[in-house]
Design a protein around this ligand. Sequence first.
Ligand code: TPW
Length: 541
Amino acid sequence: MKLAHALLEALKHYGAGEIFGIPGDFALPFFKEIEATGTLPLYTLSHEPAVGFAADAAARYRGTIGIACVTYGAGALNMVNPVATAYSEKSPLVVISGAPGTDERNFSFGLHHQVKHLDSQMMIMKEVTCAQCVLDDPDTAPQEIARVLTAARRMARPVYIELPRNMVGAEVNPVPGFTPSEPDMDAVTAAAKATLDLLEKASSPALMLGVEIRRFGLEHAVTKLAEKLGIPAVTSFMGRGILAETGAPVAGTYLGLAGEENVRQLIERSDGLLMLGVIMSDTNFGVSKRELDMRQTVHAIDGEIRFPHHLYPNVPISAFVEKLLEMGKKLGDAEPVPATYNTAIDNPNAQIMPSDVAAIVSTYLEEYPNTPIASDMGDCLFTAMDMKHAPLVAPGYYATMGTGIPFGIGLEAASGKRPLVLVGDGAFQMTGWELGNAKRLGLKPIVLLFNNTAWGMLKAFQKDTRYNDLDDWNFAKHGDNLGGKGRRVSTPAEFEQALAEADQDDSQFHLIEIMLPQDAMSDTLRRFTETIAQRSALSKS
Ligand code: TPW
């Protein structure tokens, strides 16, 4: 079969549901095959960062691979930041880049889109992916494709596939299927036993759930585990939204001093903490780290189970969770602590504040509990911590701006559900234009644009500066021109009405521009910045 067909079939077999992309001449032959075969639907966007983010969100939502297809140089290098995001936050994004043909490599001049040499792109991508291949040999191409896609699935990290344009039609064998890794079952059993021993001895055991639970499709298994052990569960900041769809009681999201006090105490006072798939990052733990006693934790991440003074290698988290479920017994009978959120509005006609947005969205989520939410970086993400739990895709660790709209596009394509998108005005300036693709692609997200005419988070960290002020771009007015509906709101009552209208009209996207005072800030962000500021003052003294 043709190499392009073998690759497309393999992408589907390894779990892809669609392809996001922007073509270029080095990628045109492969795009032609994407369209001609119809193996996977193609969503073309406007700028490569959005292609990478959309594919990343699709991967995160499904717990399988997401595909970003671009051209060589100008296309692929435009995507370095999204690929880095996917690497840091453990998302199996598959980058497929067209490239000069193997018959063009000896051309004596530079080829367009070339940087230092023809392999510069590969060298750059090596730094932000966990496996790479160049499909320049029909005999080895099927094995190479299987090797990198397997790595993406097993490690939940991005991979890079370079496809020279003259190889698209080369005859190849089909790509070998996915084989899950074979864990060392003795190690799995020993690690599970040691974990249960530690939890049994603890007087206040607790569970913290992180991104790997979603990446490896373990939400139902973990829900059962929490029930079986009878211990309270929280998510990490990055893991926010995990278990929202299984309905398991999650006490809240751990944000140290910036989060809810009962959740902080649950974790920081625990003398037997099991962290499942939690990335150790400053955003997950920066506001607390000094108080967490790592001598009383077990940490499953990156195929290892880490104990205070030793670790078990080659124990995939799925096998570990399964074993815990098999061997575990009731440890506590504390009533599950449900997460709290607010739906009350003080004055519907007052100036709207972030807490009002959270309250009104929470009411919406009560009606539509499994609405997927895409968030950008900015106070919108901290405001999301005050909303009712729902599946959430956000750059909680790498913290790049520009994810909101493209994540929303990826989420809607992957889930078939109408998502809510949370985005600040600064971030919308980066990738908001992509909304213009929604109509053509049949997507109709509800976008909540937090417009405080500022890079507000930065103003919070550094007061009394002017360079963080932005102009009022009247975003709502662009909604209609981009093929949807725009509406500007300034009070809770206006926002409620705009959201109800968006809900009733699912024929197009709705862009609700929420006008906030320049110094408005969610309580969570206020606590977060204050704590970080205190910490850095401490470290300097
Ligand atoms: C790609 C640095 C972090 S937060 C922020 C900046 C510039 C301001 C965000 O402004 P926005 O939201 O969207 O209006 P809000 O709530 O703060 O007012 N470039 C990139 N990523 C990051 N994180 C930055 C710069 C930053």
